[in-house]
Design a protein around this ligand. Structure first.
Ligand SMILES: [Fe+2]
Length: 194
């Protein structure tokens, strides 16, 4: 039997059917919509992008704390952060998870490669957003010959990014990984990036 998505298509693929992005998303679809809205607003991120051949470059675009009391619960039930990252050819994240955070990843320029539990997949600019839950383990690398830029939304905000050993059957990819990084503030240069 056909599912609703098979019959009607993916509503997230039809921009005119997407609900307007509220000031602060409160659902996974809302965070996907936020990532999509920021990606479309090139003027808001393109001038900020830098590349660093010596270490990973990243910039926190937005930090919204979670609700701290009943009065705010309806407005900001889940805190979140938005990060902008650049990837020179050969740079990578190392294999990691995202602690208690869920996330949305979308590529803004170039193409990245994700090694995850489902295998290896290409993430081209303008492609479908990747959404992951707490505990999701992956490694992202720029295997291409041109730089890439990506946008990451974490909800709640990223507090840690534990590095995970790479499976023995797959050779190293990208930059060597740091052992473990806490991300209460911007990560120290030379350590793992979001
Ligand atoms: Fe990640």
């Amino acid at each position: 039997m056909n599912s609703d998505v098979q019959i009607a298509g993916d509503p997230l693929a039809l921009p005119h059917l997407l609900p307007p992005v509220p000031a602060h998303p409160a659902t996974v679809a809302g965070f996907v919509g936020l990532a999509r809205a920021i990606a479309a607003d090139r003027a808001s991120w393109a001038p900020l992008v830098r590349y660093d051949a010596t270490t990973r470059w990243y910039h926190r675009l937005r930090t919204v704390p979670g609700s701290t009391g009943p009065g705010r619960a309806a407005q900001v039930p889940v805190g979140y952060e938005v990060w902008l990252l650049s990837w020179l050819p050969g740079q990578g994240s190392g294999r990691h998870d995202h602690g208690p955070s869920s996330g949305v990843l979308t590529v803004l320029e170039g193409e990245l490669t994700e090694h995850g539990p489902g295998g290896t997949r290409a993430l081209p600019a303008g492609g479908r957003e990747r959404v992951f839950a707490p505990g999701y383990v992956h490694e992202v690398v720029n295997d291409a010959l041109v730089p890439a830029v990506s946008l990451h939304v974490y909800f709640p905000g990223l507090t840690e990014m534990p590095m995970r050993p790479r499976p023995r059957h797959r050779p190293a990819a990208g930059t060597p990984a740091a052992p473990r990084t806490a991300l209460g503030a911007a990560p120290a240069p030379g350590t793992a990036a979001p």
